[in-house]
Design a protein around this ligand. Structure first.
Ligand SMILES: [Zn+2]
Length: 476
């Protein structure tokens, strides 16, 4: 029998979520795990025995959000003094459209004149900040670029531009851009943080750790930020050390690390599976990773201790290090199992890449559901479970990290995620899913994103999915 009475579990879960939201806001990384295998009996049994997922005690990413205005009070004394003053006032009043048109139409002589050029740059910078308030980073980045082209020496303008690049994962945020920023703003932590991320993505962990140290020294006294940086630095150094004993093989799209002595055959199989996933899933999802993904094959015995994953997890994607970790070393690995785990984690890596910094708040049920759907590891057991008087968890309760859910609830969470995302894809199509992801990438909440993309409220989506599920239950 199917029961939709969720009132009695709603309250405790809502409390839990309150903590999660604080956690999500401050403690960016969440592990994305491969669920246990798809036979429901195994799932529930193994999940019951499993200890709760370790709570990640890592700390707040010091989200670089302090875009700064430049004081525009002193308008340079030129024949266009009045025009510049008008534009300044329009920006301050928030009339961005008018200000934008007037700035774009400025006589070219103003931008080439040594005396007025830096002031025009200030106006573009301040317009950028207004544009960002109204339309997010994607609307403001061009204004900061414009400001930067007019004044190549202003630390504030370039920090604003760097923050915009960082939010957008813009490839223009290169090593040389950031190194120039370090010379312009030597006391700022952010350029070092961004450099650390850049080196980390290139798997140059030693250099990443060096920049993390430099960032820590400049990050101020905020204990949350300090503790975040220390934890991440320690993790990067530890990983650099443990990586040293591994052999590394590159394909065009992946770097696979494994124990070279024992594991020639496994990494060949792993690369084959990954390249196939790259083509197939990338095509279906309409996004390909912007850089090679690191995949580490751990020994089964040390997987848990080295990655901090729960006992029941078959693999994980670590968003701090941006790598896939799999316990598949030293033994003859079951190829079907390997394929399932690698494809699942590849989707997490793909979503992480596609969402950029917004991936830290990406709803977990959507993330796990997409991983199951796109990797074609579908579970069809929810309707079967429903006949056994199961109580479903509301989707909003499954948006945060799942580690704190009781273990058997976690198995149900995977089933629900799978079912809800399949409904989403079947009913609305991948194109709409893409639209939804763009809204989330622009930091819209899921409810707002659904409303604008699917013309449905979150509640309506959920109740239609449940209605359809009930029809399925009756049929089966
Ligand atoms: Zn997963």
């Amino acid at each position: 029998m199917y029961r939709r009475n969720i009132g009695h579990i709603l309250y405790p879960i809502a409390c839990l979520l309150g903590l999660f939201i604080v956690y999500q806001a401050w403690f960016k990384p969440t592990y994305l795990l491969t669920p246990p295998p798809s036979q429901p009996e195994t799932v529930v049994e193994r999940a019951k025995e499993a200890p709760p997922e370790p709570q990640y005690t890592g700390p707040a990413e010091p989200e670089p959000k302090q875009t700064r205005l430049i004081d525009p009070t002193v308008v340079p004394d030129t024949t266009h003094h009045e025009l510049l003053e008008t534009i300044r006032d329009e920006i301050e009043k928030g009339n961005v459209k008018t200000a934008e048109v007037k700035l774009t139409d400025l006589p070219p002589s103003l931008s080439s004149d040594e005396k007025t050029r830096p002031y025009v740059a200030v106006l573009w910078n301040n317009l950028g900040i207004q544009l960002e308030k109204a339309g997010g980073t994607s609307a403001s980045v061009y204004a900061f670029k414009k400001a930067s082209s007019l004044d190549s020496k202003s630390p504030t303008i370039h920090l604003n531009l760097a923050h915009a690049y960082w939010e957008l994962r813009d490839p223009a945020m290169t090593q040389s851009f950031l190194e120039k920023l370090v010379t312009l703003a030597p006391n700022e932590a952010f350029p070092h943080l961004a450099l650390a991320e850049l080196f980390q993505e290139r798997d140059r962990l030693g250099e990443a750790a060096r920049h993390l140290d430099l960032a820590t020294a400049r990050a101020g006294k905020d204990p949350a930020v300090q503790s975040y940086l220390k934890t991440v630095t320690a993790k990067v150094r530890r990983t650099e050390k443990s990586d040293a004993r591994l052999t590394s093989r590159d394909s065009t799209h992946f770097t696979v690390k494994f124990d070279g002595e024992t594991d020639q055959a496994t990494w060949v199989a792993v690369l084959e599976i990954l390249e196939e996933a790259y083509r197939e899933i990338g095509q279906r999802f309409g996004h390909f990773p912007s850089k090679p993904i690191v995949v580490v094959l751990h020994a089964n015995a040390t997987f848990q201790s080295e990655t901090g994953s729960p006992a029941w997890a078959d693999g994980l994607f670590d968003p701090v290090l941006g790598r896939i970790q799999v316990p598949a070393q030293g033994t003859l690995v079951d190829r079907a199992w390997l394929r399932r785990v690698l494809r699942h984690e590849f989707v997490h890596a793909l979503l992480h890449d596609q969402q950029g910094p917004a991936s830290s708040t990406f709803p977990t049920w959507l993330n796990e559901g997409l991983a199951m759907e796109l990797s074609e590891d579908r579970w069809s057991d929810l309707d079967r479970m429903m006949k056994q008087d199961y109580t479903l968890l509301p989707l909003p309760a499954l948006e945060g990290a799942w580690g704190e859910l009781p273990a058997d609830t976690a198995a149900l969470a995977y089933l629900e995620a799978n079912s809800a995302v399949r409904y989403l894809v079947d009913r609305f199509g991948m194109h709409q899913v893409h639209g939804l992801l763009s809204h989330l990438k622009a930091r819209q909440a899921l409810s707002a994103a659904m409303q604008s993309q699917l013309s449905l409220s979150y509640e309506q989506f959920q109740s239609r999915w449940l209605d359809q599920l009930q029809v399925q239950v009756k049929k089966s």
